[in-house]
Design a protein around this ligand. Structure first.
Ligand SMILES: [Zn+2]
Length: 295
């Protein structure tokens, strides 16, 4: 590797740099390139020489990794431990963003935990009340269509992306009534921090609780629904119309269903997905993902 010190800069003086300037203009522009020793991106040789053979992107990533002997100050570590947060997880943030930023971040986690302590009992109370008022659906009353939908819900709920467990967060799962017995047998029914609500019940909770602006979420939202009579065309404003499927996408005797699912754990964190399934009167089968977004 060539280091900057191996060049003899002293051979260029201020006055002769003026003399050679026109020469640089006339010469073809040749700037030797190499490749980043880590990711392989093309990088100027002169830049790679300065950055230990790395491109700018890899060098910035390395700059965010704190040296081994850097630890966050004790007064901040002492705040994190009782909140069940590992101070070691915050070394990178402290190194990259500074201690003021980390202090502010810890304030925000603390504020979120207080919201959880205050509101989670209220959420549980609403969920228990809903459970008491909910009609009981004996399995043998369910139609063939309902059973087929339950199979879809089972697949979607079982395969939903899971976030690392956090004792200061609740999980709110929203789904129609026929999906609830399915969810109760799967992970949402086994976790004491998870509540299961129908869309109507979730609306009731939204009337009780409104999340304060600019505070971290103390809850994670999941949702699942199946539209068994979707519109083929959907208007997005006056001029744009999108088609959920083409006529030849749906074989004779089949009905298209749109299966919606999503997960959100903050205003900018999460995503949703829409899939097209086909119901032939006896079985349903997944066709393809037709839409979705990450936010
Ligand atoms: Zn690189």
């Amino acid at each position: 590797m060539v280091s900057a010190s191996s060049f003899n800069f002293s051979s260029f003086s201020c006055c002769n740099s003026l003399e050679i300037f026109p020469l640089f203009i006339a010469m073809p522009r040749f700037r030797p390139q190499t490749r980043c020793v880590r990711c392989g991106r093309p990088v100027l040789q002169s830049k790679a020489d300065k950055l230990d053979g790395l491109c700018g992107i890899c060098h910035r990533e390395d700059a965010a990794i704190p040296p081994d002997d850097v630890n966050i100050p004790h007064h901040l570590a002492r705040r994190l431990v009782p909140m069940n947060e590992n101070p070691l997880d915050y070394r990178k943030m402290a190194w990259r963003d500074g201690l003021d930023f980390l202090t502010h971040y810890i304030d925000k986690i603390s504020e979120r935990n207080e919201l959880f302590e205050k509101w989670f009992p209220a959420l549980l109370a609403v969920a228990n009340q809903c459970l008491d008022n909910r009609p009981i659906l004996p399995e043998n009353w369910l139609s063939k269509v309902d059973r087929a939908k339950q199979q879809i819900y089972k697949t979607k709920i079982s395969n939903a992306e899971r976030l690392p467990p956090d004792r200061n967060k609740a999980t709110i799962c929203r789904m129609p009534l026929i999906a609830i017995s399915v969810a109760q047998r799967l992970w949402p029914g086994k976790d004491e921090h998870t509540v299961i609500l129908t869309p109507e019940e979730k609306s009731k909770w939204n009337e009780i609780y409104s999340h304060p602006k600019d505070t971290f979420w103390w809850f994670v939202n999941y949702w699942w629904s199946i539209d068994d009579s979707p519109n083929q065309k959907v208007s997005l404003g006056e001029r744009i119309t999108i088609s959920n499927w083409d006529d030849n996408d749906v074989p004779e005797g089949n009905l298209p269903w749109l299966v919606h699912s999503g997960l959100q754990w903050g205003p900018l964190y999460g995503g949703s997905k829409t899939e097209r399934w086909l119901w032939d009167g006896n079985n349903c089968k997944f066709v393809r993902i037709t839409g979705g977004c990450q936010f």
